[in-house]
Write a protein that binds this ligand. Structure first.
Ligand SMILES: Nc1ncnc2c1ncn2[C@@H]1O[C@H](COP(=O)(O)OS(=O)(=O)O)[C@@H](OP(=O)(O)O)[C@H]1O
Length: 480
């Protein structure tokens, strides 16, 4: 028990005169010698010695409490107060100071316990919130427009390049927690469509709080937001969403759920903006993202190289003819009034001249796009995943990807099952869920029937490019 603060209430017991007790001076000396305290404000325990002199003036409870070193009630203190007014000279009295602000010991213990629990609870809650936010999102079936085409400008010569990067949409200032729930949703984008990226509050997969510290944004014990070490750069409709979702099952892979489109659309926002989109990762975990339009956007290779020349690049490739039809099917699902696939394929149907300025055709000339990437990255830094094998043997393809990323082979056959209704392999336990799950409706659409002659013409068109591509990559994808 410490010294009393300014007393809130002072109850003076009547003075104890020298006739009935020791003089004040004698008390002081006695108490000093007993307690070693030189001041005149002693604790209740100190006064126990003198109880007999005042026992008549104190209640029984109070006496007992004084004897056992406690006060006479919540926060009470007993003090010796000097009285010099009487003829006998110095006298003393017992005073009871009641400090309303000093809670009793038991109460303080409870309060302390409560506070400790509160702090602990807050800590656990905050830790959980941090971890949950860094857990890959549950956007497995909500593709967030996954892999919708990039905003491509197709030149007369057939080269595909980006339009000027779109500035970030004006937004109301958002709290970090709210920003965590923002995802990019790629709206329909194709050659015939309006290319937009919308920020919608949907699932906690993509964007998190903004930080001003680039390259290593440390967020306490919950890991740091790092620039991606590996990127799925293409190709659109190749199976990029399936690959990313399968990879996310791996405990050492953390990925942005939606497509950031940083290197092709939002480059002007700066690297810090990009980094801020990333999920938090712990040491040893790989940060990833996928934006399929990167592969066909001229400027992207140089930009990724500028970020990291060691970046690992993954391209999911698929038979360019099927890919083109898949691309068209996606556009058709959003704009049912577009011309037929057959009419869009040809510049001149009679001469059979293919319209290579149509992005659905252009994207499939893999060899041409790869040449651009090889100006910046060596072949061993690029992995080509077969879109067809990703369907027929997902575990086998995932094995190669894990090796390429330097990851332990954790994703195996036992993670997949074939869903007959869907017609595709699905995950038994996608990241963040214990229920089996397939990709959403926008993956695995039924393609329209295309005139077989047109299909054959396209096969002939792609053949030399495919051969070149097999040669460059040292892999035969079996599209012919
Ligand atoms: N497991 C599984 N489930 C569903 N779909 C699968 C799967 N694996 C690969 N695919 C094929 O992925 C095609 C879509 O490719 P992307 O995800 O790259 O498309 S996108 O560019 O992101 O829009 C999609 O193309 P379509 O069949 O034309 O819809 C699928 O054929």
């Amino acid at each position: 028990m410490g010294k009393p603060g300014p007393s809130r209430r002072l109850v003076n017991y009547p003075p104890v005169g020298p006739t009935v007790g020791p003089t004040f001076q004698a008390l002081v000396v006695k108490i000093q010698s007993l307690t070693g305290k030189k001041n005149k404000a002693w604790g209740v325990g100190d006064l126990a010695f003198f109880l007999p002199h005042w026992s008549k003036r104190l209640s029984d409870t109070c006496q007992n409490n004084v004897r056992s070193g406690r006060g006479c009630g919540g926060g009470q203190r007993l003090l010796l107060v000097k009285h010099e007014s009487l003829a006998h000279g110095m006298e003393c009295s017992l005073s009871w100071y009641h400090s309303e602000f000093t809670p009793p010991a038991a109460f303080r213990k409870k309060l302390l316990l409560l506070l400790t629990m509160l702090v602990l609870w807050l800590y656990i809650f905050y830790s959980c919130a941090g971890l949950c936010l860094s857990v890959p999102g549950l956007g497995f079936s909500k593709d967030g427009g996954g892999g919708e085409p990039g905003r491509l400008k197709v030149s007369a010569g057939g080269s595909v390049s980006e339009l000027s990067p779109q500035p970030r949409r004006q937004q109301e200032p958002l709290l970090p927690a709210a920003r965590e729930r923002l995802v990019f949703r790629s709206a329909s984008r194709d050659l015939l469509q309006d290319d937009r990226v919308e920020l919608t509050e949907e699932s906690p997969t993509a964007v998190s709080g903004h930080s001003s510290k680039p390259f290593e944004i440390n967020l306490g014990g919950y890991g740091a937001k790092k620039l991606p070490q590996a990127i799925i750069i293409g190709v659109k409709k190749g199976g990029t969403r399936a690959l990313l979702e399968f990879l996310r099952v791996h405990p050492d892979v953390r990925a942005v759920g939606a497509e950031p489109h940083f290197f092709d659309r939002h480059y002007a926002n700066g690297m810090e903006w990009y980094q801020d989109l990333m999920p938090r990762t712990l040491d040893g975990q790989i940060t990833m993202e996928k934006t399929p339009s990167y592969f066909v956007t001229k400027e992207v290779a140089a930009r990724i190289y500028a970020m990291s020349k060691d970046a690992k690049l993954i391209v999911v490739v698929r038979d360019p003819v099927t890919r083109a039809i898949s691309d068209y099917t996606q556009t058709l699902s959003k704009k049912p009034d577009i011309p037929s696939f057959e009419s869009l394929t040809f510049k001149n149907r009679t001469t059979g001249l293919i319209d290579t300025s149509w992005s659905a055709i252009q994207i499939g000339i893999y060899a041409k796009h790869l040449e651009n990437w090889l100006q910046y990255f060596p072949m061993h830094q690029i992995l080509f995943v077969s879109g067809e094998r990703l369907i027929s043997d997902p575990a086998g393809e995932l094995g190669k990807v894990q090796d390429f990323l330097g990851l332990k082979r954790i994703i195996t056959d036992k993670h997949f099952y074939f869903n007959k209704t869907k017609g595709f392999p699905c995950l038994k336990k996608p990241e963040g869920s214990s229920k089996p799950h397939c990709l959403g409706k926008t993956k695995g659409r039924t393609h329209p029937n295309i005139d077989p002659e047109v299909v054959q013409r396209l096969r002939d068109f792609y053949r030399p490019f495919n051969m070149k591509f097999y040669q460059m990559t040292g892999q035969n994808f079996g599209w012919d």
